[in-house]
Ligand binder design. Sequence first.
Ligand SMILES: [Zn+2]
Ligand SMILES: [Zn+2]
Length: 269
Amino acid sequence: MEYYTQQKLSKHIYRIIDITGVCCYLVIGEEKACLIDTCNGIGNIRDYVSTITKLPVFVILTHGHLDHIGGAALYDKIYMNHADLPIFQEHGKMSSRMDNNTTLVPFPIAEKDLTPTYTGKIQNIADGELFDLGKITIKMILVKGHTPGIMCPLIQEERAIIFGDACGVGVMLFDEFSSCVSEYKNSLLKLREFEKDYDCIYRNHGTFSSPKELLSNVIECCELILAGTDDHQPVSIHGFDLFAAKALDKHGRVDGKQGNIMYSLEKVK
Ligand SMILES: [Zn+2]
Ligand SMILES: [Zn+2]
């Protein structure tokens, strides 16, 4: 069975989509390649990546959630901001990964179908750290909010940024690890300082890309929530009773714009 498909976004960037519909990104320089996130870990993503590049590959994890860390154990050089280590421990549990994947794939899966969780050393990524792949440079920007250590990789020469789960069409702010709305807003204001450095925004879920106004739309959502003037539409996600900042129907925001926040009341501060 084919577990992965690919889309070539440029000479240096590939999107790799797993069978559950989540994607990760392969960035290829002249000397090495970087796999940014690793999907859910179904099948063998390393074998798949080796059909695209023969260069040495290392892994950057944007954050510790299970749909991003799944295939990491197939590699021996892995980087992630250490603020996400507690999440990595929690989400890496095989029981959590099995529960999640069972609901996402249309066939029965067993533990042997999943890459084991990575248990080796994870190297920290500092805010602003650069990774040189040879003529292609990735700058890592900390955007604390969805998780405490989540980072957006800016692929400088390609003028592309991977927002991932850090800023998107339904940013989740509700669990014990996520920020309150005002702290998240400050992260987004910092991210906005890099707006002149990119033309494309890539994400890991849904439509996988967004127009540039996504960022200002999500900043506006923060402002509306803090002012108590957002749409405050009740939504149930993963069994949690949350609120959407902007009213939704099954197609997305009712007003047709992109960018939204799903939050719990204790994050409103
Ligand atoms: Zn996430
Ligand atoms: Zn995700």
